[in-house]
Design a protein around this ligand. Structure first.
Ligand code: DON
Length: 563
């Protein structure tokens, strides 16, 4: 059975305790003068701020925040998953790091197809067979090696302290843990006792001693503390006990990859985002290229005209995602053609202003011969270096498998492959040949860590979880700021909607469309469906006077902190 994609939920803007950030006005987020971290948890944002205050740069802070999130936000923060980092340095140079999980060597295209040809979808979502080879620790070690300033151990230590001294649960964390009790028992061969309780409540303290010791091995051994020795042996033993595929060799062979960011102009802005194996940067370019041709500024945000054209652009871009995008180390992807301005112009030429195009009639575009829990963090340091990171276990708490003896959750990223052509994954996305399972291949992602420049200067850092809705949430947030003049916080808080070609429906948050606009959208033939919540955007905008405004998503415990 397919699980419903649950996305979640009120804000705490916690002002920095020992500094004097400006008291936010009603419509803006926290404003600071020098540096800022916005992440999914107040403790993780605090850790990041402390690293920055100690003289660490944005890369250092992003590493410490990711390790802290692995402890305080186990639904998505991770060492057993993977992620993407996009960075823009104060000198204007940019870089992107891919530490996405890979399929184990023993994986095969039909591994989730039963004897009679039916897809065994649960196996790609929960349990040992759903796990890809984790990439997070390799990625963070590489990021530190190339750009870190503080010592590695200083960056890992705050997470160790949180794991061993314990973390005070927020209501959201407590209810997340209550909800997974049955699954933890069902999918683990050794019950993770420290997570088991039907009564988790706000204010309880979660101790994670084994995870703390795993983090100590990572602190002392770097990448080897995870991909070798006890941690690696525990992962392999866990796989053997539950019928998973990851071997010691898979772990030894895992490498993160530095990639060239996708870069494109949108009016006066230059956007720097994640290239494949994420579909994020390419689709964001397609969507902004389409939007550059609408009079978006003159339209009401989420109003009838704007929504109709945005939905039609999203329908077309996601059809291309299914056809063309996958791991660039395995398939050839026409990135340059897809992000060309005239390509999307042609794709949009048949949009009828009065009528929705049925998705079934929209195929992938013709390329000219030539020519669903995750978490995001945005950081700007006092020197003006910026880092956007989106990292994930895939579904909330990943595969639910906790590595016995090492105390951390493994991902269920294998579900991001196309399990069978035409069979949707948990986000309803379908795919084909380009994203089929192959040994050592990275599964296609929607994660879109993004940095925007204006007049060659840093302007915005943003990103969000949300499976396939990630790209449309990043797109809408950019439009909210650059076309509709919203503050960062307003743009993050604004209601969202999402279309992804198939299924042929527009998901929207309650109140995203006015009653009369929804009636008109229905009349044009759009199929609307209510979604409780879309995304958890964490973003920073650089104000004209150089100060930083945080936008922390009220849909979660997300918090801006800085000085
Ligand atoms: O890489 C991807 O696109 C997905 N695994 C992301 C999952 C996600 O955002 C879940 N969050 N709510």
């Amino acid at each position: 059975m397919r699980m419903k994609h649950k996305l979640i939920l009120p804000i705490l803007l916690i002002a920095a305790a020992c500094s004097t950030p400006e008291k936010p006005e009603k419509s803006t987020g926290l404003v600071t003068t020098s540096a800022m971290v916005v992440s999914a948890h107040p403790e993780a944002s605090r850790v990041g701020k402390e690293i920055l205050k100690k003289g660490g740069n944005a890369i250092d802070a992003s590493i410490a925040v990711q390790f802290a999130l692995a402890v305080v936000f186990p639904a998505a923060g991770n060492i057993g998953g993977g992620g993407f980092m996009v960075a823009r340095f104060a000198d204007g140079s940019v870089d992107a790091l891919d530490y996405r999980e890979k399929a184990p060597d023993a994986a095969s295209p039909n591994m989730y197809i039963g004897e009679t040809g039916e897809p065994m979808v649960e196996k790609s979502i929960r349990g040992h067979l759903a796990c890809g080879v984790p990439g997070t620790v390799a990625g963070l070690a590489d990021a530190h090696h190339k750009y870190g300033k503080l010592s590695w151990s200083e960056l890992v230590q705050p997470a160790i302290d949180l794991a061993i001294k314990g973390v005070v649960l927020t209501e959201r964390e407590a209810s997340g843990l209550r909800n997974i009790q049955e699954d933890l028992k069902k999918y683990n061969t050794t019950i993770p006792d420290h997570l088991i309780s039907e009564n988790w409540k706000k204010g309880d303290i979660l101790f994670q001693e084994e995870l703390g010791h795993t983090l100590e091995r990572i602190r002392d051994g770097g990448r080897a503390g995870f991909y070798d020795g006890k941690t690696a042996q525990d992962i392999v033993a866990e796989m053997k006990s539950g019928g998973g595929l990851i071997t010691l060799q898979d772990l030894k062979n895992y490498t993160a990859v530095w990639r060239k960011p996708v870069r494109f102009d949108y009016k006066d802005y230059n956007v720097i985002s994640m290239p494949p194996p994420s579909s994020g940067g390419v689709l964001l370019a397609q969507l902004l290229n389409a939007a550059a041709d609408f009079p978006e500024k003159n339209w009401k945000p989420n109003g009838l005209e704007s929504s109709h054209y945005i939905i039609e652009a999203e329908r077309r871009a996601y059809a291309d995602r299914a056809a063309y995008l996958g791991d660039p180390d395995f398939i050839s992807i026409p990135v340059e053609q897809l992000i060309r301005k005239d390509y999307m112009k042609k794709r949009m030429a048949d949009v009828d202003p009065e009528k929705a195009t049925p998705s079934a009639e929209v195929g992938a575009g013709v390329i000219p011969a030539e020519s669903d829990q995750t978490t995001h963090l945005s950081i700007v340091d006092a020197q003006g270096n910026a880092v956007a990171v989106t990292t994930t276990l895939n579904a909330g708490y990943g595969s639910m498998v906790v590595v016995a003896g090492s105390g951390f959750l493994l991902n269920d990223e294998m579900d991001d492959f196309s399990v069978k052509p035409g069979v949707p994954n948990i986000y309803g996305a379908i795919g084909g040949e380009a994203n089929k399972i192959e040994p050592g291949k990275r599964m296609l992602s929607s994660m879109t860590p993004t940095i925007v420049e204006k007049d060659k200067k840093l302007f915005m850092v943003l990103g969000t979880p949300g499976g396939t809705t990630i790209i449309t949430t990043v797109f809408q947030t950019i439009l909210n700021v650059v076309e509709h003049g919203m503050s960062m916080q307003e743009a993050v808080t604004a209601k969202r909607f999402h279309m992804q070609w198939m299924p042929d429906v527009v998901g929207h948050e309650p109140g995203a469309f006015s009653a009369s606009d929804s009636t008109m959208l229905l009349k044009k033939g759009h199929k609307l469906t209510l979604r409780k919540s879309i995304g958890r955007m964490d973003a920073i905008r650089i104000l004209k006077d150089g100060r930083l405004e945080g936008g922390a998503d009220p849909r979660g415990d997300d918090t801006a902190d800085g000085y």
